[in-house]
Design a protein around this ligand. Structure first.
Ligand code: ACO
Length: 348
């Protein structure tokens, strides 16, 4: 006798927290040490300022603070979490994993823990991997952290890269949500042929084929720009079709924050106005794997993202890699509710 097919549980985000370091670095700070100017940076990227971690603050530290932000508003948020994924391109070390270091400091010692390396796609990749672990019965809930201390791995005298990146972290718990809510579909991809467009040397001096890497982040900005515009549009369109949706069904596009011109191009491709997306790169720059949780949490905190709304996640990054996801937002737990409602004592 065959068992009846198990009902696939609805899975989504059940808690959220973020952290950005205190030190604000305006565009004007770069004028003194390189051939650039604040207006060029703002007009070509949309970035006005970013945050830099303190000298003694590393990726695990900002990741832990994002988890603590979540716990401050929802002390029970980590119940049943038995796996931790840290998406990062600036890990404290290659081993131990940054995920294990974060888990140790937030009371999750013993949970499975591993880092995920797809650069700026990492957080949304992590949501999909978390969903897979739960559906496979390997984990009940999964903590996904996107955390970066990019200021430590970027050459602060290289005008190609220094102006773009900032530090920060976001943390989400993936777990069961009520019927009608949660993740619908994901599309993930990568193409190592684009490796030489965005790279950071670790062990090998060269990429396969001989391209020599440096000891700080290297980037071919024009190539990454063209790639980003193409894959955000393609993967966003594909995941909407996979979910039986059109762009008219989307309430909010939650994009990776690299360059406002890239976001504008993606929105144009979807035929959606900029009022349907959330941009915070003006204040935080590109925080790689932390951009998506930072922008998601901003929309949740200020009440723009509401219960039951249709979200479309789109991100791209080193690899080169890309990811898109669809999700019906559930606002049923304390850390997923607008701050003003909590402050006013209005129950969720
Ligand atoms: N300040 C002043 N001038 C500059 C600077 C600077 N910081 N950088 C470049 N320029 C000059 C160039 O020398 C060039 O001058 P020229 O016309 O005399 O030759 C001119 O500005 C235009 O240069 P472009 O490289 O064509 O500038 P572009 O408009 O492409 O903007 C940028 C450059 C902002 C890097 C853009 O290409 C971009 O955002 N690319 C995507 C980068 C990205 O998303 N990276 C993150 C990937 S995510 C991850 O996984 C980490």
């Amino acid at each position: 006798m065959t068992a009846p097919p198990a009902t696939r549980p609805n899975l989504g985000v059940t808690a959220l927290g973020t952290y950005v370091p205190e030190r604000v670095v305006p565009n004007s700070d770069f004028e003194a040490r390189m051939d650039t100017n604040a207006d060029w940076i703002e007009s070509r990227t949309g970035i006005r300022e970013r945050r830099f971690a303190a000298p003694e603050q590393y990726t695990s530290d900002v990741g832990v603070l994002a988890v603590r932000d979540m716990l401050a508003r929802d002390p029970g948020a980590l119940k049943d979490v038995d796996a931790v994924i840290c998406a990062t391109v600036s890990p404290d070390a290659l081993m131990p994993s940054t995920a294990a270091l974060i888990a140790m400091q937030v009371g999750l010692t013993g949970a499975a823990a591993f880092d995920l390396s797809t650069a700026c796609s990492g957080f949304v990749y992590g949501l999909s991997v978390a969903q897979g672990l739960i559906l496979a019965g390997t984990a009940r809930r999964v903590l996904v952290v996107g955390a970066e201390a990019l200021s430590k791995i970027v050459d602060q005298n290289d005008r190609n890269t220094a102006i773009l990146f900032g530090d920060g972290a976001g943390a989400a718990v993936v777990g069961p949500v009520p019927d009608g809510y949660g993740f619908q579909d994901f599309i993930m991809g990568a193409d190592g042929n684009g490796g030489s467009s965005l790279y950071l040397r670790c062990v090998a001096p060269n990429l396969p084929g001989g391209f020599a890497m440096g000891d700080s982040v290297g980037m071919n900005g024009r190539e990454v720009f063209k790639f980003a515009v193409r894959v955000l549009g393609d993967s966003g369109t594909q995941v909407l079709a996979k979910s039986g949706l059109s762009s008219a069904d989307v309430d909010w596009v939650i994009p990776h924050q690299a360059n406002v011109r890239i976001i504008e191009a993606a929105m144009e491709r979807f035929g959606l106005p900029m009022t349907k997306t959330i941009v915070n790169l003006d204040r935080y720059g590109n925080t790689s794997s932390a951009t998506v949780p930072l922008v998601l949490h901003e929309g949740v905190r200020d009440g723009r993202i509401k219960d039951g709304q249709q979200l479309l996640f789109i991100a791209f990054g080193g690899g080169l890699s890309w990811v898109a996801g669809t999700m019906k937002w559930w606002a049923g737990t304390p850390s997923l509710q607008p701050e003003q409602r909590q402050a006013a004592g209005v129950p969720g």
